[in-house]
Ligand binder design. Structure first.
Ligand SMILES: O=C(O)[C@@H](CO)OP(=O)(O)O
Ligand SMILES: [Mg+2]
Length: 403
């Protein structure tokens, strides 16, 4: 029933105005799925390879499409993804591009769900998914800099975390309120602020002032709405790491790896941070382990560039105790099956798996379904901007459908 009848690929716009790959998968019985690849700016060194979209599309048409059409059932995700890996023949999707691979993988999942008449989160999560379990809390980027906005903060993302929200929808609106409040506070301080790639405010202030503003905004919103709103960070420290000098550079301020660990551990305690992503460089397994040892009982230490959704890198991390959570981004690894493998390995070893967008996004909502299907404690998908609200609004709809 779900045998693939056609796969079409095209270039569409992403939120940065760059071209990206979109895939349509049609099954023999008329099931249809469409998905588009996102794209990172602060990409990890060990991510699967994104090719220029024209090249990725040409290569996928030549190598992957003939292996899928009339051959594979869209409802059998592992078969779809094995065909993509077989067509590519490399470890990092450098032949057909992880952007073509992930677009096809996600479009096939949607086509499979369409034939079955099941919502995507149900198709991916399975029939034994517990409808009563809690939903992912959205981490909302409210102040950002780093690779996502020049002349703003050194820390890449300050993320509102409405951990006390009684429902997804209240969490989503809480994050929007924190974003608006940060805007007002910056205005009061006379700080002009444009927005970065993910819709967060990108003010020309130092990190210390950003902490003050975000703390005040989350406290104020928590008081107004009556539940706990904490915050977290994506330090994206690989972008701050100067390997030659052996220090993390925050403009003129330098921190040695030990100082960086102390700095982050102090921030966790001072601001009661709920979440800290990539606090150290993407090769700093031991440093991650030290930090996790110190603060892992009270915050999520999450590996993004460290693990790149890759089971081998995660395995290595598990062996040394680096991090207590992994960030899951399907385009870092190329297929949904690979992303699920990483989630399962994490869960088997007591780590949480947090699902995430990229800084370059489209209106595609697959990650909202992935987060629900995998019981992610958090989903990182921005706060405002159409490509971010697409996922947040989909989460609200899913929550309604899943009860
Ligand atoms: O570092 C990150 O976690 C992401 C998303 O916020 O950014 P990018 O997509 O640029 O890698
Ligand atoms: Mg990150």
């Amino acid at each position: 029933m779900t045998r693939i009848a056609s796969v079409s690929l095209r270039r569409v716009l992403d939120s940065r105005g760059n071209p990206t790959v979109e895939a349509d998968v049609l099954t023999e019985s008329g099931g249809f799925g469409r998905a588009a690849a996102p794209s990172g700016a602060s990409t990890g060194e060990y991510e699967a390879i994104e090719l220029p979209p024209r090249e990725a599309i040409a290569a996928a048409r030549q190598h992957a499409v003939p292996r899928l059409v009339d051959e594979i059932h869209a409802g059998n995700q592992r078969d779809v993804d094995a065909a993509l890996r077989g067509a590519d023949g490399t470890n990092d999707f450098s032949e057909i591009g992880a952007n073509s691979a992930v677009a096809i993988s996600m479009a096939a999942a949607k086509a499979g769900a369409d034939v079955l008449g099941a919502p995507l989160f149900q198709h991916l999560g399975g029939t034994f998914r517990d409808a009563n379990r809690s939903f992912p809390v959205p981490l909302g980027n409210v102040v950002g800099g780093g690779e996502h906005a020049k002349e703003a903060t050194h820390i890449q993302e300050f993320l509102a975390a409405p951990v006390g929200a009684p429902s997804v929808s209240e969490a989503v609106f809480a994050n929007a309120a924190v974003h608006a409040t940060v805007g007002d506070l910056l205005d009061e301080r006379g700080v002009p602020a444009a927005k970065g790639d993910e819709g967060a405010w990108a003010p020309p202030i130092d990190d210390a002032e950003a902490f003050e503003v975000v703390e005040e905004a989350t406290d104020r919103v928590a008081d107004e709405i009556g539940f706990d709103v904490q915050f977290g960070l994506d330090v994206a420290a690989a972008e701050l790491w100067d390997a030659d000098a052996g220090v993390y550079r925050y403009g003129d301020v330098e921190r040695t790896p030990d100082e960086q660990i102390d700095y982050i551990a102090d921030l966790v305690d001072e601001y009661d941070l709920a979440y800290v992503e990539d606090p150290l460089d993407e090769d700093a397994y031991d440093g991650f382990a030290d930090l996790t040892d110190r603060v892992g009982d009270r915050t999520l230490v999450c590996g993004d560039d460290l693990f790149v959704t890759n089971v081998e890198r995660l395995e290595r991390g598990i062996n040394v105790g680096a991090a207590n959570s992994i960030l899951i981004k399907p385009n870092q690894i190329g297929t949904l099956s690979d992303a699920f493998d990483a989630v399962e390995l994490a869960h088997r070893n007591g780590l949480d798996a947090v699902v995430s967008h990229r800084s370059g996004e489209t209106e595609d909502t697959t990650i909202a379904h992935l987060a629900v299907a995998t019981d992610a404690p958090f989903i990182k998908t921005g706060t405002v901007g159409g490509e971010r609200t697409a996922k947040l609004n989909e989460l609200i709809r899913i929550a309604e459908e899943a009860v």
